[in-house]
Ligand binder design. Sequence first.
Ligand code: SAM
Length: 232
Amino acid sequence: MKFTILTLFPEIIEGFFSSSIMAKAVERGLIDLRLVDVRDFAFDRHRTCDDAPYGGGAGMVLKAEPLAGALDSVDAADKRVVFPTPSGRPFTQEKACELSREGELVFICGRYEGIDQRIIDLYVDDELSIGDYVISSGEVASLVMIDAIYRLVDGVISGESLEEESFTDDLLEYPHYTRPQVFRGLVVPDILLSGHHAEIARWRHQRRIEKTAANRPELLKRSGDEDRTNTY
Ligand code: SAM
């Protein structure tokens, strides 16, 4: 899968693609990155990409022409284009799964007050929000989405690791423990040392229900486990 990313700050993106699991996925040819510096498509000698908003008001807006030039240079009209924005639809695990099946995704990284609406009208397929808060950088929002998407691409990480994660169904994940068995007086639950796989699975399912009830009760309603919050 290829990620094409349009940005004014390519250096923010480069670090992520050259580290950890992502670097391995790139090395193995599972993931490809194409970085486009929007400033290369500015017309003036100062490489200006922003301007004041029509109608007045605070802040600057990313101009249409450099963005359109960058988008045309990657044939974005024929591709799935994502614009991360706080005013978009919520980005969810389900959406990450759907996007992980695309051959290529084009991300537009917004800055300042955002981008000229005509770019959204002409090119954008998905306006997506990473949460109900405002950050300053479309690069960080794009990387959050890319991080959620690329790990779902076939072969990047083992299918088993993905099966039991939070949001694969309507329950959050169970707690994990590793060595040592006692840490600052806190012990690993006996059941996890028992070797009884069916019992361990039952214990873990119950912990998932409890955690979901405590942290995300609205998910528990959807899962149908609402009346099972204290049964193990
Ligand atoms: N004026 C915009 C608004 O009120 O909706 C906020 C612009 S924000 C300061 C700059 C850029 O960061 C946005 O264009 C977007 O690309 C990105 N961004 C900020 N918060 C985001 C969020 N919750 N989800 C996705 N992208 C976000």
